[in-house]
Write a protein that binds this ligand. Structure first.
Ligand code: F6R
Length: 239
């Protein structure tokens, strides 16, 4: 893993967005793996800005999102809605090129990704418990796309996107850890004080299913982005 430390979250967003847009310029038929949540929001804003400024077309790009909730009371809380609002509606990407796992046939998602030639760059955030996508602690490292019961910790972390805790779904469908590991390149963005322990465990812990993100140590091409502030809070102890 390569650790890239930037001064601010805005600097990370610009760097990662430039990387994605440059890749699309070079590879107009790129397959992009995308995430939802707070961490990618500014990245998506900057991708939209670069798409307009540099006239980079996403018309032939295909996207594969990590996960989707089950049993939502309001479709506006779906990850599909989030992606439409924060990225897809602002690009020239056709709706049919944007993919999400389907709870009625989870394993079909791995086949779909493989059929399209695999994910070129996968964007990830991380949960405070070390989850990537919705692979909660003790998910098998050899898991493919599957349905999960969400951790209470994850439900509480995500409650900020819902009107009240009762609306936070208890299940989701998610790419598995083996699915994620098949991406040719992975970019993990770690932001916010709630992730201090996760950042530390990622670099200091041995590979262990109790901390799902630890599998990333085995991938040949992972870039981990964090801010100087978070790096210092994580690794520089006062004497
Ligand atoms: C989102 C996802 C999750 C988030 C993680 C961090 O599609 O799969 O793993 O990346 O929960 O979320 P934020 O960025 O909101 O802290």
């Amino acid at each position: 893993m390569e650790l890239i430390i930037k001064k601010t979250a805005a600097d990370i967003a610009k760097d990662v967005a430039r990387h994605f847009v440059h890749f699309v310029e070079q590879n107009p038929k790129a397959n992009l793996g995308l995430a939802t949540g707070s961490s990618p929001l500014d990245i998506y804003k900057h991708i939209i800005y670069l798409h307009e400024k540099r006239r980079v077309s996403f018309a032939q790009v295909k996207t594969f999102n990590l996960d989707e909730y089950l049993g939502l009371v309001d479709d506006k809380q779906s990850y599909r809605f989030f992606m439409q609002q924060n990225l897809f509606n602002h690009l020239d990407i056709p709706l049919e090129n944007t993919h999400f796992p389907d709870a009625t046939k989870p394993e079909g998602y791995d086949a779909l990704i493989a059929h399209n030639g695999g994910v070129d760059i996968q964007l990830l955030g991380i949960g405070s418990n070390g989850h990537i996508a919705f692979n909660e602690p003790f998910t098998s490292f050899s898991s493919y796309t599957h349905i999960v019961n969400l951790d209470e910790k994850t439900r509480k972390d995500n409650a900020r996107f819902f009107r009240d805790m009762n609306e936070v779904p208890t299940q989701a469908v998610t790419m598995g850890l083996a699915t994620i590991m098949q991406a040719r390149e992975i970019i993990l963005v770690i932001l916010g004080d709630a992730k201090i322990l996760a950042l530390k465990q990622l670099f200091c812990m041995e590979k262990d299913e109790s901390f799902p993100a630890s599998i990333l140590n085995e991938h040949p091409n992972v870039k981990v982005y964090t801010t100087m502030d978070l790096f210092k809070k994580t690794f520089c102890h006062k004497a």
